[in-house]
Ligand binder design. Structure first.
Ligand code: NAD
Ligand code: DAU
Length: 332
């Protein structure tokens, strides 16, 4: 039994991670989450109180991080501002949470000699051309495009510097686009599903040729657990499941799965600086740690995700109108 401190555990990937830890291990979890617009206590509903404790708090709060890290054996750092479109509107919370928050946590881990796993994104590598046969590897140069991805890139650099200069026992992972239950309706796939459930139409940015490398959130989190258990300190592991799809294809698939005509979507204003393509080479993770994805059929995973949003309207409904109103002001 290990005691985990999970930052951002009321968010999409963090809450799925806590559920997976409870279901597949005997570890105890303390979740620390600021419950920003993206955090939701209901995402942790039903978990046993003797395994999961919730603390509302900010990762940039040095006193609180000191106290919580002192009690933990492993810190798993998911907390972040996570949405590119929001970072284009107002970068400031991204700088505070993603950079100052990660710094604050690193200092606490350094003081108490506690192991850290830092969750990051493939977006730190910028984008690939649509016709480039290559993929991101751990050796790819950092070239972030948005305030969000630049802040995550900076957080990765902080973690590596604290490993090298101060001997903090940290690992890092950079994952591609996740889908699955409990994802906020501001994000691409839940937005389209809930638009259709609401009687509206999906919204495609630009021509929709941009490619994302989709992975089910449970596969991401299984990889994170494998890295925590067997990863080498100081190493970076890229997480991806060979799930490249262009956005237009994803929208057409959602429409078909939900019994609508495949052309029943709107083209809306493109994202400024929109990254063209992400693609992950996860061979280091597979070869070193023996990880393989369980969700190999994207359409089946997507159908299960559609069902989840159909069956959990009470979870997403309170956010929907405000999210769509904000998009509408930007012509999206
Ligand atoms: P999310 O926005 O759904 O959740 C973020 C959580 O962090 C929320 O619960 C929020 O309340 C909390 N939070 C925000 N600021 C905080 C602060 N200052 N202190 C404490 N808690 C705070 O995000 P997500 O999609 O679950 O992403 C989680 C992590 O995974 C992020 O680090 C993100 O960069 C990374 N990531 C996401 C994806 C993806 O596809 N969603 C892919 C790769 C990596
Ligand atoms: O690659 C990992 C990243 O994936 C994570 O680091 C981020 O936290 C996560 O949000 C995600 O970033 P993206 O910007 O790729 O995800 P998003 O869901 O915002 O958009 C996915 C694609 O869909 C992107 O090309 C923009 C497009 N899009 C998005 C929305 C919300 C649309 O076409 N229409 C939309 O309504």
């Amino acid at each position: 039994m290990t005691s985990f401190l999970v930052t951002g555990g009321a968010g999409f990937i963090g809450s799925n991670f806590v559920r997976q830890v409870v279901a597949t291990t005997d570890h105890r979890v303390t979740v620390v989450d600021a419950l920003t617009y993206a955090g939701n206590r209901d995402s942790l509903a039903g978990l046993p109180a003797d395994r999961v404790r919730f603390v509302r708090g900010d990762v940039a709060d040095a006193d609180l991080m000191d106290e919580l890290v002192a009690d933990a054996e492993v810190v798993v750092h998911f907390a972040a501002e996570s949405h590119n479109d929001n970072s284009l509107r107002d970068p400031s919370p991204f700088i505070r949470t993603n950079l100052v928050g990660t710094f604050t946590l690193l200092e606490a881990c350094r003081r108490h000699d506690v192991r850290l796993h830092h969750i990051s994104t493939d977006e730190v590598y910028g984008d690939l051309e649509l016709d480039d046969p290559g993929k991101f590897t751990p050796e790819t140069a950092y070239r972030p495009s948005s305030p969000y991805s630049a802040s995550k890139a900076g957080s990765d650099h902080l973690v590596r510097a604290w490993v090298r200069s101060f001997g903090v026992a940290a690992t890092l992972s950079n994952c591609s686009n996740n889908y699955g239950p409990y994802q906020h309706v501001e994000k691409f796939i839940p937005r389209q599903i809930t638009n259709i459930l609401d009687g509206g139409r999906p919204k495609l940015y630009g021509a929709g040729a941009n490619v994302r490398d989709w992975i089910h959130v449970e596969d991401h989190n299984a990889a994170v657990l494998a890295i925590i258990e067997r990863g080498r300190i100081g190493e970076t592991y890229l997480i991806g499941a060979d799930g490249e799809k262009d956005n237009r294809t994803v929208i057409e698939t959602i429409l078909r799965l939900m019994g609508r005509p495949e052309d029943g979507y709107d083209r809306v204003a493109d994202r400024s600086g929109h990254d063209l393509r992400y693609a992950i080479d996860a061979s280091k993770l597979r070869d070193e740690l023996g990880w393989t994805p369980r969700y190999r059929n994207f359409e089946a995973g997507l159908a299960a995700t559609v069902d989840w949003y159909r069956n959990n309207e009470a979870w997403w409904r309170p956010q929907k109108a405000a999210v769509e109103a904000a998009y509408a002001t930007r012509g999206q």
